[in-house]
Design a protein around this ligand. Structure first.
Ligand SMILES: [Mg+2]
Length: 209
């Protein structure tokens, strides 16, 4: 039986939202204009995040990675990777943020995840140019499409926000933090609440024994 864990990054692996902080720091005006529209769902994440990122000069990319460098990782993540390794279960990161930020924050842990699906940027022009292999509908990184690509027998989703809602609704086993919990309750979708990766690991040990 092939199991895969699909895990969000911002606010899930990182203790706080790194990507939103980056957008506000490096594109304050465009963010102030577009973020309320994205929260109000009158502008898609796909369009809004692209516009904000593509308003940032490529020359600032190094500073963006530097800004992300010391962001804290949620407790128990390394131990969770250890646990999954003993079961031969891969962990795949699905993030609507920048791949460079994910890799910078993870550091040496990058090698321990099976794959990272996130937004890529080209820095060769004057402004950042955004690329995403799994762009669809309203999302810059359509997490469900990534899950479908793997076709595992059992998928496990871990997330924290509305950007994980589609993924959670398409996954039988879901770990959700606030505010994702609230959206799942509205959809009457069962989930396990979690605060750190020790709890996720403990729950899976119990479910799989
Ligand atoms: Mg998140």
């Amino acid at each position: 039986m092939k199991r895969i864990v699909f895990c969000d990054f911002d606010g899930t692996i990182t203790a706080e939202e790194t990507f939103v902080a980056v957008l506000k720091e490096f594109a304050p005006e465009v963010s102030a204009e577009l973020m309320p529209q994205m929260y109000a769902r009158t502008l898609s994440l796909r369009e809004g995040v692209r516009k904000i990122l593509e308003s940032i000069p490529s020359a600032h990319y190094g500073e963006i990675l530097e800004f992300s460098r010391n962001k804290a990782i949620c407790p128990g993540f390394t131990e969770f990777l250890d646990f999954l390794a003993t079961k031969d279960i891969p962990l795949i990161i699905v993030s609507g943020g920048l791949r460079g930020i994910v890799e910078t924050v993870l550091g040496d842990l990058t090698q321990r995840v099976q794959a990272i699906y996130a937004v890529d940027v080209d820095t060769s022009g004057e402004y950042l140019k955004v690329y995403s292999e799994f762009e669809a509908d309203t999302e810059l990184v359509a997490k469900v499409k990534v899950i479908e690509k793997y076709g595992a027998d059992e998928n496990i989703a871990i997330g924290d926000s509305v950007t994980d809602l589609n993924m959670a609704l398409h996954t039988p086993l879901v770990f959700a933090k606030a505010p994702l919990c609230r959206y799942l309750q509205e959809h009457k979708k069962p989930y396990f609440p979690w605060d750190d990766f020790f709890q996720v690991g403990d729950r899976l040990v119990y479910l799989w024994k």
